[in-house]
Each structure stands twice: as structure tokens, then as C-alpha cells.
Write a protein that binds this ligand. Sequence first.
Ligand SMILES: [Zn+2]
Length: 442
Amino acid sequence: MKLSEYYGRRVLVDQPEWQSAKTPAPIEELPTMIQHGQNIRCLRCGQETPRRIAALPNGEFYCPRCINLGRVATLNKFYHVPEPNQFTIVQPVLTWTGQLSPLQAAASAEVDAGMKAHRHQLLWAVTGAGKTEMMFKGIAHALGRGERLAVASPRVDVCLELYPRLKAAFQNTSLVLLHGHQELPYRYAQLTVCTTHQLLRFYHAFDNLIIDEVDAFPFAANDALLFASQQAVKEAGGCLYLTATPGPALLRQVKRGKLAVSYLPLRYHGHLLPRIHLRLAPTWRRGVRRGRLPASLLSQLRRTLDAHYCFLLFVPHVADLAPVAAALKKELSQHPFVTVHAADPDRLAKVQGMRDGKYDFLVTTTILERGVTFPGIDVFVLGADDPVFSSSALVQIAGRAGRNIARPTGIVCFWIAGQCRRVRAAVRQVDFMNRKGQALKR
Ligand SMILES: [Zn+2]
């Protein structure tokens, strides 16, 4: 191992070894676990486990919570070298030459100032606002100051999409991509792109940490990962959370004044989010089983198709796909369509078919990849009150509409069996951002 591989990390090895033996290495030994009453607390993931569960046959203890990063036991030590920020800065740091809209530029300046002051801040930008480009200036200045940075997301697909964009925007900077499904070895780099889970391997490494899609599963409900993000940042480091749908935990921190917040309520093309319309369909599932769709749904679908627009129709479960498709085939026989779900082996081909205009609509259970947008579509959800749809997922789904400058509005309509807290919260969140957006447009 190179000595640099210990910089800002907690490395779990039996014996620390490094290639350059010239200078005596400033490697520190850190404990892995501490006893806390009847529990054992793991210092990597911050989680506590009752002693009887954490016990090993030899009388030692281990942490079952973060075992997929390698087993941490009481006898182990972490080896760590405090982050030295050993980077060579090559100008120009920012090799992206795109343009920001005036609103994006204002949010970008706030992000930049916050990163410079190492603030803890939230950028609440609506879906389709162009969040990634708004971090570029802040990142460029931080890299220019010699800072070590990480851009993390709970979702692997977000990391995979961000990495090439960041690589292209910062061509003179060393980058590394880390996630659980890859075999590439770790290497020291000034800009790390990783899943939030990988942050558990770092310790006081980053001067600024950016977490994108912070409310996506599984980060939102995961104390271990929140702990990881706090540990990964230097004690005086900054943290920027990016999201289109902040959950209650983040909003509480904003209320308490612990988190500064910037809003970007308009999309990149300057328009508001499409409002979510609600329709009642109390017995839709029973009807669908008999081959009938709610009349208001059918007439909406016909209006959309007659206007030569495409649409996405979301249903809650894979089991709903076949009966809904059968009913649609009967009613809209002249329109080609397919169903698709997360584990569908033909998923990519079907999505491509929709983009190529082979289909007039898709019936799906799942939000398609973030990078995938269909221009000018309408978005419908049958059974939006089903518990599989969180309020943030509903806002994300609604946000698939109106992405295109040629048709920046689009129709978003949810069919529900009854009143539902999550649906109401989604509608409220869209209306809240639209009020802020309206105020900006005046
Ligand atoms: Zn642990």
C-alpha cells in the first residue's frame, strides 16, 4: 500500500505497510470499538450492538452493522494519516465552459460562498433545475484552494452519472469513483465521487463534502450514513446537501438554524413545476381486475394521446402491470406501449424504444434512471396513495413532466383511492416551491 492510501482514511489491516520507507510514517492507530454499558459501539459506523449479539467465540466483539465493509472487531486497529492535502493544482481547474441562467448563477454563487466559509448548507432545487452545474463554481474554487472534496450520493446510479460529468468539468484534477460493486483499487485523489456508504472508510478527510439526492433511499433513514458523512468531513469542514425533496430530518435542521438553505424554485428553462392534480378512484383495483379503468383516467389518457403527447403511467406494484396493460390494450388498441419494472431484463431496450418514439407510452412501477428524461411528456399515477410511493418519490415522479423547453408545462395527475398524508405532502411541496418561483418571476 502507498502511504497516501492512509490519508484521511481509517484503514483496516492487520499490519500497516507502505511502500515508501524513507520517512518514518506518521501513521496513527485508532481504536475500532468501545464498550458502552451493555452495548458495543462501533467507531466506524457509530452504531451500537448489544454485547451478546456482538460477541465472538474468542471473547472479543465485532460489529455486525457494517460487516460488508470488512469485519471490525475489538482486537483490530484502524490506521490513519491525518489528511495532508497533498495536491498539485493545475490551471485551469474548471474545464467546463457551459453557461448558467441568471437564477442558476445566483444559486451557484450562494453555494460557492457557503463552501468557502465551510458552512453546512442545503440547496433545495426543483427537479430539472440543473443542480450539478450549480456546484461547479464552488467545487472549482475549493479545488483551487487545495481542498480535498467528495461528492457522494446514496444512489449508485447517481454516482455513475455524476462521475463522467465531473471528470469532464475538472479535467486537470485527480478523481476517483468508489462504490460497492466495483473492483478498482482505492487511490488518493483530490475529488472523490462515491456512494454515501463508502464514506464510512474516511476520517476527517474532506474540507467540503457534497451529498447529492440526500433524501433518496437508503440515506434518509440511515443513522449510520449520517454518522459517516459527519466523520468523513474535517472538523472545520463544510457540507452541502442537494435535493429536490428534502425530508423531515433536513427541514428540522433548517428550522433550528443548523442548516443554511438556498432555493432554486424554477427549472432551468425558467418555468414553474407542473401542479399535481388529484382524482378520486376508490375502487380502481377491483375495476382493473375486471378489465375496466377509471373513466376519468381513460379520458385523460385519450386527451393526451389526441394532442400527440406521450405519457408515463405509474402503478404501485409489478402485479398491477398486467391487468392495467390488458385494460389499456382493449381501450387504446391503436397505440403501441409496453410495461416495464425495475427488475425487467428488457428494461433498457424498452426505455430506449420509448425515447426513439416506438411507443406512445410506458406503464411502469419505478422511477426510471435519473438521466433518462422523455421530452414533453405527461405523467400519471394510478394508486398514488399506495404506501410504496413516499412523498419524495411522488415529487420526483411528478418532476418527470415539463422538462423540455418546447413544452415546459405538461400535465401531472394522480388517481387515489382516498385521502393520504404522503400525497398531500407531495402536493404541498410542489405548491410551496411554485409560490417561491412565482415570487421570483415577479
Ligand atoms: Zn460498524
